[in-house]
Design a protein around this ligand. Structure first.
Ligand SMILES: [Zn+2]
Length: 466
């Protein structure tokens, strides 16, 4: 069976051929931990969780390493920490902010049914690897020191690209240096030789997070964002690995710069063999923004009445997300969530008591075709129609979608007495082997929404459903 993935770099769907089938290596850019994750942030986490599950299925659980980092040093963090915790020293405020935000993130995505990645490295624990890469880049002539900053020079990389030694800067974004310069919001800073140069390392003020600097700089400093992912992927996955993923908004400059840093430092044509990007997320047909008031966090969907006037179960959010193929833009709507909930309620009730079953080939085939989740879901509707409850249950399990529990109904005391009296009568019928009468009572209760379960210990438990 073949796994086909769309690669942003070659702009083609290609068969996935691992570097080493014993060790499949996947890196996905994780959150910068300074605020609640919004529903757009949930998309790559869910999409690459499905890919992780699929790779484990193909190559075995022990042979897939999925690294998703936590960015815990970044200027947005410093600003937010200073604003939210003015009474604390900045470094202490930062620690508090990043720890609580990371915890919230884990809670949110756990509710969305995502498996933990194999490794979750933090940027602050990889400063040494960042310094190491920066030293290599300076030595190789791809980076230079100016006013206590270290800057990467895309022009220097392009020189090496002309002789075929390195890939061209801009190959992932599919743009030339001139086009990127015209389209990008580049800071013109006095320490830059060229406006396209980007920061690998910058000086820190006394109260800002700071570490001893590379490049012979005497003052303390901190890394730029792009170098963090080059360092963490190198440390845990090596110089070249299989798949690098993230949202489409990361293609330029973040991923372009990761490639520039890693390929120039280690002298390879590639950083990763496949680059995968999920599409944008809109809310009710509009770009999500705080100013439009349609900004919605995962936590708000799970625990408040902000979206559609109610809370939503995590597995409904997950199914709604997977109803759109990952590369397509997704429109996040109340109607879409209602539909996902209606379907999941039906599937859950239908497959609840199903025996163990195999994952149908058609579901696997759909997923192996560049994660075609809508096609997999269409197949699952077919399983429902043809009565294949075991296969539907296994498909849900494989996609990480927990069934919805039946709604529990509050009963009055006299109703409970009636139910218990009927169960006692049924147990008497069973004791005298009057199965017909026992079944009749069971069906009578079922018609009133009471489901019986005969347990191994001989007792009968019951549950009221809507
Ligand atoms: Zn990254």
């Amino acid at each position: 069976m073949t796994l086909i993935l769309y690669d942003t770099l070659t702009r083609k769907k290609r068969e996935f051929v691992p570097i080493d089938p014993e060790r499949i290596r996947l890196y996905v850019c994780g959150p910068t931990v300074y605020d609640f994750a919004h529903i757009g942030n949930a998309r790559p986490v869910i999409v690459f969780d499905v890919l992780f599950r699929l790779l484990r299925r193909f190559y075995g659980d022990q042979h897939v390493t999925y690294v998703r980092n936590i960015t815990d040093v970044e200027d947005k963090i410093n600003e937010r920490a200073a604003r939210d915790f003015p009474a604390l020293a900045l470094n202490e405020a930062i620690r508090h902010l990043t720890e609580t935000t990371a915890k919230q993130f884990h809670h949110d995505i756990g509710a969305l049914g995502c498996l933990p990645p194999s490794l979750e490295p933090r940027a602050t624990e990889h400063i040494e690897e960042m310094r190491d890469i920066i030293e290599r880049l300076v030595k190789g002539g791809f980076a230079y020191v100016a006013q206590d900053h270290v800057l990467f020079s895309p022009a220097a990389m392009d020189q090496a690209a002309k002789s075929g030694a390195l890939p061209r800067y801009g190959a992932l974004a599919n743009r030339t240096l001139d086009e990127m310069l015209a389209g990008a919001r580049v800071d013109v800073a006095p320490y830059k030789r060229d406006p396209m140069d980007f920061v690998l390392w910058k000086p820190s003020k006394e109260d800002e997070p700071g570490w001893s600097s590379p490049g012979g700089i005497r003052t303390k400093g901190r890394p730029g964002w792009h170098i963090e992912c080059s360092a963490m992927s190198w440390k845990h996955l090596g110089e070249v690995f299989d798949i690098h993923g993230g949202g489409i908004d990361l293609v330029f400059p973040h991923h372009e710069n990761e490639i520039a840093q890693s390929c120039s430092a280690f002298g390879h044509q590639r950083m990763a063999n496949y680059w995968m990007h999920n599409g944008f997320l809109q809310v009710e047909g509009q770009k999500m923004s705080k100013s439009l008031g349609n900004f919605v966090t995962i936590d708000e969907l799970l625990t408040t009445e902000k979206f559609g006037g109610r809370r939503w179960p995590g597995q409904v959010l997950r199914l709604a997300m997977l109803a759109t193929q990952y590369r397509q833009p997704i429109d996040w709507t109340v109607a879409g969530l209602n539909e996902a909930e209606r379907v999941l309620k039906d599937w859950s009730a239908f497959s609840e008591d199903a025996p163990e079953g195999a994952l149908p080939r058609a579901v696997l085939d759909a997923l192996a075709d560049d994660l075609n989740t809508p096609k997999a879901i269409t197949t699952m509707h077919g399983l429902r129609r043809s009565g294949q409850s075991a296969e539907l249950r296994e498909s849900l399990r494989f996609l990480g979608i927990k069934p919805l529990a039946k709604e529990r109904v509050a009963l009055r005391g006299d109703e409970i007495h009636w139910i218990e009296a009927r169960i006692a009568e049924r147990n008497q019928a069973r004791a005298r082997k009057d199965w017909k009468e026992a079944d009749r009572i069971r069906d009578e209760l079922l018609a009133s929404g009471i489901v019986l379960r005969d347990n191994k210990d001989g007792n009968t438990s019951w549950e009221a459903t809507a």
